[in-house]
Design a protein around this ligand. Sequence first.
Ligand code: C5P
Length: 224
Amino acid sequence: MKKPVIAIDGYSSTGKSSISKIIAEKLGLIHLDTGALYRGVTWFALQNCLNEEGSIDTHKLFSSFDQIDLEFKNDNGELVLFLNHIDISKAIRTNEVSENVSFVAKQKEVRDFLLQSQRSLAEKGGIIMDGRDIGTVVLPHADYKFFMTASIEERTKRRYEELISLGIDADEQQVKENLLIRDKIDSEREIAPLKQADDAIVIDNTNLSKEGTIESILSHIKKF
Ligand code: C5P
């Protein structure tokens, strides 16, 4: 039987990526964290495409796509994101990237640039992809679709702890504001907004542990 294609969408810091990674290991699937791709493009823009006021010049960015080579490499089971052969997996988690990524991700040119590579990775099946528009736009025919949500307090706590564990300075109030702003921009954008697919299973994990969330998702997936 063909291995399934699983789409996991949802709000920021609901644990989509860390949970998808564990499910991928358990089921022998590839895991793609699509948020990391948008963060990678944002990091590139912050390095190379600023205008005189210090903000991102989208036209400069759109004409630089041919200089962006994003690649995930497997480092002892850990997928590490490289941009033009530089490891940017930690750099893309900084506040500067978090504060600019939703602006970059709402640009049609950026979404078009990243769409095809996401789709081609899923052609052979056997993949779990997490993001905001996977079940609605990238993989509308996915075998399973989940939509994850949790209270803003719980998500703030998780994101704050993640930043601290990465050695990145963080302030809880700022973390909360960034999550709310990103969710607003992501949900209200014209192209591929963050929204629940009609056929997605909703998982509210406010009161669920990581293990509980994983169990709940796995309970819907048939043996293959
Ligand atoms: O998943 P993560 O929080 O790292 O995603 C960072 C940002 O990338 C999101 O806030 C959103 O703006 C953008 N994104 C997106 N579509 C996806 C994945 C992420 O627009 N499929």
